[in-house]
Design a protein around this ligand. Structure first.
Ligand code: GLC
Length: 440
């Protein structure tokens, strides 16, 4: 577990003290110091560390600190969204004031809403209106704006253009095509002396990332997104079964057994070191794949994820992260100002260019410098605009449980422990029970 977090979660039950600096302020010991120093506060923000997230977060917060004369402590969090949520829940349940600003996943407003302030009371409506209305709506729970959008994303397919050229193959439009092309190139390259080459890497560890991958397979076959718009569990259907059977067939053929332990960064490690033909990942991997020291620099293309056959469609799951201010913060106004700065157009533009983190403002998808750095932001705009939402709105506070039921079931199928049909019938029963027949 992250050491900074252990400190916070482990000690909060007994000793939720402020930092030493704040203790001095409270004790009035700094009252004789110059005004500027007395007013300077230290905020803490939890930031992700996937790809360049931590670095960009540090640069952004330092810029705000310099402008305002305050300080910001950046606390890095585990890469797994599932582990990150568990830690946040501990910290917030303890009503700890130690973290002022939380980076929260697009699927968490319904789970964590009660712990955050209403940002619509602190942020100018014109600044809120710059963001995609669908994300603002997603982040609004019972009329309260729980978080401001920071970056969005959707699952996409990366491919090695040089290898496709060598084998006279085209980027795959369907999963069946991907399977055939991946196998052909993997076989060819292994025979030519590269035993490490994998056909396809993705995220199949037991965590939220597998929920995203699994839903993309199922939805691309026309099998829905686990829970329907009215709240009914919808996973026990033939298209979903076909999708999972297909994915199970990849393990040990075009994908290594090890993919069952891969998260985003592990997949990227294999792909970026030149050892995979295809990779499913989020847009952030683009900037790193094309970094000066990347072995695959200039050799990579990005397209929408394949469709599940003639009747299927291209489905990329909607992801993304938002910034929320803790209700337990001692400086909510200042923390809201930090959120305002980090989610601003200029800062989102900087992050889009440096790290290919998708902006949450339509205007930036027309910005020439953003599009030059990451051309697929423009080419794949429909993929981002039509990204498939996980059922977090319908299932509210129970979303995490639903997701865990799903990724554990998918993992059982991928690892060959249970056939897809039986596994999905069981999952449907559990979801029906959990939702009391669709009434979450
Ligand atoms: C990405 C997405 C996030 C998702 C996570 C799963 O970080 O932005 O929404 O939950 O991946 O691994």
């Amino acid at each position: 577990m992250n050491r900074q977090f252990m400190k916070i979660t482990g000690k909060c039950a007994t000793r939720c003290t402020r930092s030493g600096f704040r203790a001095l302020v409270l004790a009035g010991l700094l009252t004789t110091m110059p005004i500027a120093t007395v007013n300077a506060e230290t905020l803490a923000i939890s930031c992700g560390a996937v790809g360049q997230e931590l670095q960009l977060c540090k640069e952004g917060t330092e810029a705000w600190a310099k402008r305002t004369g305050n300080r910001v402590k950046v606390i890095s969090t585990p890469n797994s969204a599932t582990e990150r949520l568990a830690l946040y829940q501990q910290i917030l349940a303890a009503e700890s004031p130690e973290i002022d600003v939380f980076q929260i996943d697009i699927i968490w407003p319904g789970i964590l809403a009660g712990h955050f302030i209403d940002l619509s009371k602190h942020i100018d409506p014109t600044a809120i209106a710059e963001h995609f209305p669908a994300i603002v709506a997603n982040n609004t729970v019972k009329g309260k704006l729980v978080a401001l959008p920071w970056f969005t994303d959707a699952g996409v397919l990366y491919y090695r253009q040089d290898l496709l050229d060598k084998y006279q193959a085209t980027p795959p439009q369907t999963w069946a095509e991907l399977t055939t092309t991946a196998q052909r190139i993997q076989d060819g390259e292994r025979a030519a002396g590269n035993p490490r080459l994998q056909g396809f890497v993705f995220q199949a560890k037991g965590y939220e990332g597998l929920t995203c991958n699994g839903l993309e397979w199922v939805d691309s076959f026309g099998g829905g997104t686990l829970v329907g718009a009215k709240g009914e569990a919808s996973i026990n259907n033939p298209q979903a079964v076909a999708a999972l059977k297909m994915a199970a067939g990849w393990i040990g053929t075009i994908a290594p057994q090890g993919v069952l332990n891969y998260d985003e960064e592990e997949s990227r490690g294999v792909f970026q070191s030149g050892n995979a033909v295809f990779m499913r990942n989020w847009p952030y991997a683009w900037a790193l794949a094309n970094a000066a020291d990347s072995p695959v620099r200039g050799k990579v293309g990005v397209i929408a994820l394949p469709s599940g056959g003639a009747a299927g469609k291209h489905s990329g799951v909607l992801g993304g992260w938002n910034l929320a201010v803790s209700r337990y913060s001692a400086h909510p106004e200042l923390a809201a100002d930090l959120v305002r700065y980090l989610t601003s157009r200029a800062e989102q533009k900087r992050r889009a260019i440096a790290g290919s983190y998708n902006p949450t403002m339509p205007a930036l998808y027309k910005d020439a410098e953003v599009l030059a750095a990451t051309p697929f932001f423009g080419q794949l705009y429909p993929t981002f605009a039509n990204a498939v939402a996980r059922p977090s709105r319908q299932t509210g506070a129970k979303y995490n449980r639903v997701s865990a039921e799903f990724y554990n079931t998918v993992r059982d199928v991928l690892s060959g422990q249970r056939p897809a049909g039986e596994a999905l019938a069981g999952l449907q029963r559990r979801l029906d029970r959990l939702s009391r027949g669709g009434r979450w």
